[in-house]
Design a protein around this ligand. Structure first.
Ligand SMILES: Nc1nc2c(ncn2[C@@H]2O[C@H](COP(=O)(O)OP(=O)(O)OP(=O)(O)O)[C@@H](O)[C@H]2O)c(=O)[nH]1
Length: 395
């Protein structure tokens, strides 16, 4: 199961800049076939501490102890207020949204663009007004799909004794909703048994719950370089995860690193100038970037922190390292820690075996913890950073 992070927000909030910065990483990743998939779909990286830092030797698959693990990211364009009613690009965002399991809502925290994204003076627009439209738009879009032919479908559910969660997930398949998510939402909303009598209000409530379950959202408070402090504070006081970012600054940092002007790995707490051909003006620019990194305090200009929070907190994933030799932490070609997999929290060694290969999953016997060398029970919850050897029966 591959996971995708969606970037959404009104026009001019900085999505494209965020996307460019997030996908511009000079990391060499073994076994990863692509970095840019198409114009608005690419690969970004979660930053993790590589387990090889616990050993004397670096594994060769990390940047000096920092492991970058790939995850797809998609720029969901055209999600504007009333998009579900056909405004702006209309429904073109749906296909992209369907593919995303978590959403980073890029908000222009500077208040320099109005609700539609038109430029205004910095501070003129209140970014708090931008917060709610996105979730509402997504929920309304889902409600529209659920209600289509619902009269007929609900009578059929009654007549044929179809399971409610199956009917709801079938109906919302195009939105990427599965049966277990539908069941969870039906329970949470205490939906009336008699589905032929669901009111519009019932359906809207159900879809808002489905939205929260299937598309958890966080905020990137963007343009922090020019945003009034009170705007950022007001966003941070909301009951939602907020990470201050400057997509433009991060793009500058990563471009400078790519061009060998500075030494900077995505999310570093600083950088060094490594080129001797840097002008005074460039030096000043770099100095202010350095100050911004220090002020933000989350690494770089916040983009890496945003990706990490989306992966670890919204998607609730962990990084697990399968190996074939639990002593050397290597595969059979002696490559140390060759793979890093993102897995759902609560995954077991058997899930990992399936993730490595269906065949290995089918022949799974047991697993060994590479750190303690203890055998892991079948129901053991894997932990972030685990190094695991899978033992399976011979073919
Ligand atoms: N000051 C500042 N400007 C930024 C930042 N991020 C983006 N911008 C600028 O904001 C403007 C809009 O950025 P885009 O990345 O094109 O915004 P978008 O959300 O993709 O816009 P659409 O493509 O219209 O949906 C551009 O002029 C960017 O240079 C930032 O962190 N700080």
């Amino acid at each position: 199961m591959s996971m995708t992070i969606g970037l959404a927000g009104k026009p001019n909030a900085g999505k494209s800049t965020f996307f460019k910065a997030a996908t511009l990483a000079d990391v060499e990743i073994a076994n990863y076939p692509f970095t840019t998939i198409n114009a608005n779909k690419g690969v970004t990286y979660v930053r993790a501490v590589c387990p090889c830092t616990e050993r004397d030797k670096r594994c060769g698959n990390c940047q000096d102890g920092i492991r970058y693990v790939p995850i797809e990211i998609i720029d969901v364009a055209g999600l504007v207020p009333d998009a579900h009613m056909g405004r702006g690009l209309g429904n073109t965002f749906l296909d992209e949204l369907r593919q995303a399991q978590a959403i980073i809502h890029v908000i222009d925290a500077s208040g320099g663009t109005d609700i539609e994204g038109n430029p205004v003076d910095i501070g003129e627009h209140d970014p708090l007004e931008d917060v709610n439209f996105l979730n509402r738009e997504i929920a309304m879009w889902m409600t529209g799909i659920l209600k289509k032919n619902w009269d007929k479908l609900s009578r059929k559910i009654r007549a044929e004794g179809m399971k409610m969660e199956q009917a709801v997930s079938d109906q919302l398949l195009g939105a990427g909703v599965n049966e277990s998510q539908a069941r969870q939402a039906l329970l949470a909303c205490k939906m009336p048994e008699e589905c032929t009598q669901w009111t519009d209000e019932d359906m809207a409530k159900l879809c808002e719950t489905i939205r929260a379950i299937t598309k958890p959202t966080m905020i990137a408070a963007n343009k922090i370089d020019v945003a009034p402090a009170e705007n950022v504070k007001a966003l941070e006081e909301l009951d939602i995860m907020v990470v201050p970012t400057s997509a433009a600054a991060e793009l500058a940092l990563r471009s400078a690193a790519k061009n060998n002007i500075i030494s900077y790995n995505p999310g570093d707490m600083g950088f060094e100038i490594i080129s001797d051909k840097v002008s005074e003006a460039q030096k000043n620019g770099l100095q202010s970037l350095k100050e911004m990194i220090t002020t933000l305090g989350t690494g770089g200009a916040g983009i890496q922190e945003c990706i990490n929070r989306a992966v670890f907190d919204l998607l609730e994933l962990i990084v697990v390292y399968p190996v074939e030799d639990e002593g050397k932490w290597a595969d059979k070609n002696d490559r140390m820690l060759p793979d890093a997999f993102l897995m759902k929290k609560g995954s077991t060694p058997h899930d990992l075996a399936y993730r490595v290969h269906t065949d290995i999953g089918n022949r799974f016997l047991y697993a060994v913890d590479g750190k303690t060398k203890m055998r892991l029970g079948e129901k053991h919850d894997l932990q972030n950073g685990d190094v695991v050897k899978i033992v399976s029966t011979a073919k």
